[in-house]
Design a protein. Structure first.
Length: 318
């Protein structure tokens, strides 16, 4: 098979080498077959370019990843620059045990990981993406285990449409009616959810009018909102305050570099913030490294903070 495939190529390479060589007038064979040779050389050149295109694609790698990720399994998140209080490291240990809520985002696509996180019995909160293939099954498992559930609401990121926030995403160009209808569908799909946080949304959360509409519906449905803070420009705090919606913001993303050393560093940062503020919210994703690091660090985490469901760390602004 390999011989059949490569022999014509080696033959064409020979003819290609002859491409720039003028056939000798004394060589009747070359003169007679000159046109056929040149045609053959063109075909060889085309084959060469075809293989070069396969080996060195002209499209940027990022675009290719986007094309794959926008398929069945969504992109977990687009992470912003980290911002932390400057006096964090001089924090005093508070009198009472600080509280930490860890939300596992982007649930609905990984049943095995959902089972593993439930088995930790760590008071984690699952945030489930609407229209996800295993969402219903994961909600059933979580409910049976007493794991708190949230709706992980897909929203327009700055990078849209290059980055797709997944099925049922809320977009800034939607009319108030379309926005409302889509949001109602998602809330009805996960009636067990006690709150909502945004999946992506670095564009949507900067539109105060849209956040106001979102929060007015969440308020009526008695749902809280946790801003995942996918952008430092988010405008969600003001409408939450006006509407008196139970609200909080993510403090630390735990696993945007899904390796144990990084996740451990982020968990320690989350604990430090909780000791400084009294409470802190970490957001993680269904990575194996996250599960294993949490499992390994659980005894230490429990010594320093109290793990609580997300609903315990939201507040209505006074
Ligand atoms: Zn997400």
């Amino acid at each position: 098979m390999a011989v059949i495939f490569f022999k014509p190529i080696s033959f064409r390479l020979k003819t290609l080498m002859n491409f720039f060589r003028c056939p000798s007038p004394a060589d009747p064979f070359h003169r007679k077959n000159d046109t056929i040779h040149r045609l053959g050389n063109c075909v060889a050149l085309c084959i060469g370019f075809f293989f070069l295109l396969i080996l060195f694609p002209v499209f940027p790698l990022e675009e290719q990843a986007g094309a794959v990720d926008s398929g069945r399994v969504p992109i977990f998140e687009i992470f912003p620059e980290e911002e932390h209080p400057s006096n964090l490291f001089s924090a005093q240990t508070p009198q009472t045990m600080p509280q930490v809520a860890i939300i596992i985002d982007d649930m609905g696509y990984h049943r095995k990981m959902a089972r593993r996180f439930i088995s930790l019995k760590a008071n984690l909160t699952f945030s489930v993406l609407p229209q996800s293939p295993y969402g219903e099954e994961i909600i059933r498992m979580a409910k049976a285990a007493g794991t708190a559930l949230m709706l992980h609401l897909p929203m327009e990121p700055v990078e849209y449409p290059h980055i797709d926030p997944g099925p049922g995403a809320l977009l800034t160009r939607m009319s108030p009616e379309a926005f409302r209808e889509k949001l109602f569908d998602h809330i009805e799909e996960i009636p067990e959810a006690v709150g909502v946080n945004n999946h992506m949304g670095s564009e949507m959360t900067t539109h105060e009018d849209k956040m106001f509409q979102l929060f007015s519906i969440l308020k009526a449905k008695k749902l809280f909102f946790i801003d995942s803070r996918t952008t430092a420009e988010t405008r969600s705090r003001i409408p939450a305050r006006i509407l008196q919606l139970p609200f909080a913001q993510r403090d630390v993303f735990l696993d945007h570099e899904p390796n144990p050393a990084f996740i451990e560093k982020q968990i320690r940062l989350l604990i430090r913030i909780a000791r400084h503020q009294g409470q802190a919210i970490g957001i993680a994703h269904p990575h194996r490294a996250t599960y294993e690091t949490l499992k390994r660090m659980l005894p230490e985490i429990r010594q320093k903070v109290k793990l609580v469901p997300a609903g315990a760390v939201v507040h209505t602004a006074g």
